[in-house]
Design a protein around this ligand. Structure first.
Ligand SMILES: [Fe+2]
Ligand SMILES: [Fe+2]
Length: 310
């Protein structure tokens, strides 16, 4: 393992500078650090590291020019604190991908330890940690958006435009399709009747849920002075509870449809309905992940900071 107390960046060939720094960073265990020495402010590296590795490090200037800049870079996530699956996914999108690949729920059920999450998919905690560690060496996450580094009001706008917009666009389409397919195939496949009924209830709850977020919570991200801890905690608790209900309903849909298995007599609408429902599920998982693991904790933190200032 590479361990260097001080890395003098000025002695490294320009094209190798960033890869070398990343190599050193990746070799760190949680809680370890190294210092970079440079002849100009290495701030661009901070953003590159944040974008490609996520919010898993601290950045501290020990010297800020005019001739030399020294920055201590420490990797967070030492053994002191037991992180939840949701926190790990929020901090590093590569790890979220590992959870997704293994079928570990990191959004609706993200508030569990690694050990408990590993058990849900029949893995040991060590095996899961190995998978996560491997992901750290697999390139960067620049293809992903750095949600964790975003300003919360920007993130709230993104969720509203992308994910709430998705529900408003595809929710009614799915409801219509579910009706159509149930009336056509309900005799041979009675589960379709139950699916259509549950889909209407599910969508009705979701439409109300996103309205509530847009009315009660998202405006707060633009007007921090309006924060009131008790009220915010109550709202967020309620929203998280609704997320759990939505997650449970998605599991139920999979049960009713035997994991969206199509029978031989399925027509195009039947198959399109299942495709749309699977896509809807994916979008909702990502949506809930962004809220439960990134937006809500940040709103709560800001609320606490606000209290300290006042
Ligand atoms: Fe939402
Ligand atoms: Fe939500």
């Amino acid at each position: 393992m590479i361990k260097t107390a001080i890395l003098n960046v000025t002695t490294i060939e320009p094209r190798l500078k960033h890869p070398t720094i990343f190599e050193h960073f990746d070799a760190l265990e949680g809680g370890e650090s190294f210092i970079i020495l440079n002849d100009h402010d290495p701030r661009p590296l901070y953003y590159q590291l944040l974008g490609e590795r996520g919010n898993i490090f601290t950045w501290e200037y020990l010297e800020s020019g005019p001739e030399w800049w020294r920055v201590n870079i420490a990797k967070t996530g030492g053994q002191s604190k037991q992180e939840t699956v949701g926190e790990i996914a929020a901090a590093d999108m590569r790890k979220a991908e590992v959870f997704k690949k293994l079928g570990i729920d990191f959004c609706c059920g993200g508030k569990v330890s690694l050990k408990d999450a590993a058990a849900t998919v029949g893995l040991s905690e060590d095996a899961l940690r190995d998978e996560l560690a491997k992901s750290e060496t697999q390139g960067n996450v620049s293809v992903h958006l750095d949600f964790n580094g975003w300003d919360i009001s920007f993130l709230a706008d993104y969720i509203k435009n992308i994910h709430h917009g998705y529900i408003r666009e595809f929710g009614p389409i799915i409801e219509q399709l579910a009706n159509k397919v149930a009336s056509r195939h309900g005799n041979e496949s009675p589960e379709l009747v139950a699916l259509a009924k549950n889909t209407h209830d599910f969508m009705a709850d979701l439409y109300q849920h996103i309205e509530k977020e847009e009315e009660l919570l998202f405006p707060i991200t633009k007007d921090l002075a309006s924060l009131e801890e008790e009220e915010i905690n109550r709202i967020i608790h309620e929203l998280e509870h609704e997320h759990e209900d939505a997650g449970a309903e998605l599991v139920n849909f999979r049960k009713i449809t035997s994991d969206y298995a199509l029978p031989a007599h399925a027509c195009n609408s039947y198959s399109y309905l299942y495709d749309r429902m699977k896509a809807f599920e994916q979008d909702l998982f990502q949506h809930i992940h962004l809220e439960n693991n990134i937006l809500f904790p940040k709103v709560i933190d800001l609320c606490r900071e606000q209290l300290h200032v006042n």
